[in-house]
Design a protein around this ligand. Structure first.
Ligand SMILES: NC(=O)c1ccc[n+]([C@@H]2O[C@H](COP(=O)([O-])OP(=O)(O)OC[C@H]3O[C@@H](n4cnc5c(N)ncnc54)[C@H](O)[C@@H]3O)[C@@H](O)[C@H]2O)c1
Length: 335
């Protein structure tokens, strides 16, 4: 497979835009299928903006204006007919994704690869009902896809491994460090591990062991220090293996295995919270602005008109007793 084939993408939302940027920056021409053609100009501007950022970082040889010329945005599925790789990044909805693949199959050759950027839908579920399920793979990116090195290539039960190897090679030419999952499993690698961590985080907060900010602070300063250079296995290699076995024997039975979503999360979402973008959050203080041990008045309590709103009221000082899940608090080091 040549590294400069024309690549198809579907969906130019948050992730689809950064995926298209990555592939354009790697030198390919890209055809992007979108649902609402009147959003094409906005998407093109967004991608141009990402390319300009890459230029500012000295990562592009061609100008953004030259590169964006290689992008075609369309709502006509037939324009994808000669593409041998099409990467879907539309809304995380099984029916919408499956209906799209059926449309793609009407125009693609039987050997064209379809990749899905699903976050957690099992690839085997997406394959069912396709004429050529063997060409459907999970191609899971991390946002922003034009900067991160992460990629998981996932085989469903019917996938042809040869296609997966082709995508791994192609992704390496885009500067990715792909991991290959030869067998399908819900959540793949990182989401399974991240959600196990989230479950335990909620367990600690909801049962009053630690505050939201304390959980964030601990993880940031412990796992955050080593996770960029070692995965969990290398980290055990580096820090001594037998102690981990001892701790596992005591700790595993004690960890949360709750199968219900946390009440705190349910309440927050029911309140309309969508994170910083929508100014409704777990934590009011912005990260990266405060130095440890020093309070910065401009960022310590963002309660002015345009600031994010915490669903939970802030007490005026850090409580000494076990912290209620319905309260946040300020801290010297932001979480
Ligand atoms: N946001 C992330 O950080 C992230 C990370 C990894 C994977 N993903 C996955 O990527 C996919 C997209 O997520 P997102 O965050 O970009 O969502 P988004 O809502 O920002 O974008 C989805 C886009 O898909 C478009 N769309 C919907 N149906 C379509 C169709 N039939 N044809 C063409 N376009 C269509 C919508 O118009 C929208 O622009 C999801 O499957 C999501 O789970 C997201």
């Amino acid at each position: 497979m040549t590294s400069k084939i024309r690549i198809g993408t579907v969906g130019l939302g948050l992730m689809g835009s950064s995926i298209a940027t990555c592939i354009l920056a790697a030198g390919h021409a890209v055809t992007s299928l979108i649902k609402e053609i009147d959003t094409a100009d906005e998407a093109r501007e967004r991608i141009l903006g990402y390319l300009r950022q890459l230029t500012q970082e000295g990562l592009l040889i061609d100008t953004p204006e030259t590169i964006i010329e290689r992008l075609t945005i369309t709502d006509d599925v037939s324009l994808l007919s000669n593409h041998t790789v099409v990467i879907e990044s539309i809304t995380e909805n099984i029916d919408e994704k499956k209906s799209l693949y059926q449309r793609l199959e009407t125009v693609l050759s039987p050997t064209a690869i379809i990749g899905s950027n699903t976050s957690a839908i099992p690839v085997s579920v997406l394959q069912s009902g396709l004429k050529h399920p063997e060409r459907l793979l999970g191609i899971h990116w991390a946002e922003p896809a034009h900067i991160t090195r992460f990629m998981e290539v996932i085989c469903g039960k019917d996938s042809d491994l040869t296609y997966a190897y082709e995508i791994v090679a192609l992704a390496e030419s885009w500067g990715k460090e792909p991991s290959l999952l030869k067998k399908d499993i819900r959540g793949f690698i990182t989401n399974r591990i991240m959600y196990a961590m989230l479950r335990e985080s909620f367990n600690l907060v909801e049962n009053g062991y630690a505050t939201i900010e304390d959980v964030d602070r601990s993880l940031r300063n412990d796992l955050g220090y080593w996770i960029t250079f070692a995965g969990p296995f290398r980290f055990m290699d580096l820090t001594g293996i037998p102690a981990y076995l001892t701790v596992m024997k005591d700790l595993f039975p004690d960890l949360s295995n709750n199968t219900k979503s946390p009440k705190l999360m349910e309440d927050l979402v029911a309140s309309g919270a969508k994170g910083y973008r929508m100014r409704r959050v777990f934590i009011l203080t912005r990260p990266n602005r405060l130095k440890c041990g020093k309070r910065n008045s401009s960022t310590s309590a963002m309660t002015s008109g345009n600031s994010p709103k915490n669903i939970y009221p802030l007490p005026s000082k850090r409580p000494n007793d076990t912290h209620s899940i319905y309260k946040g608090h300020r801290s010297n080091c932001t979480g």
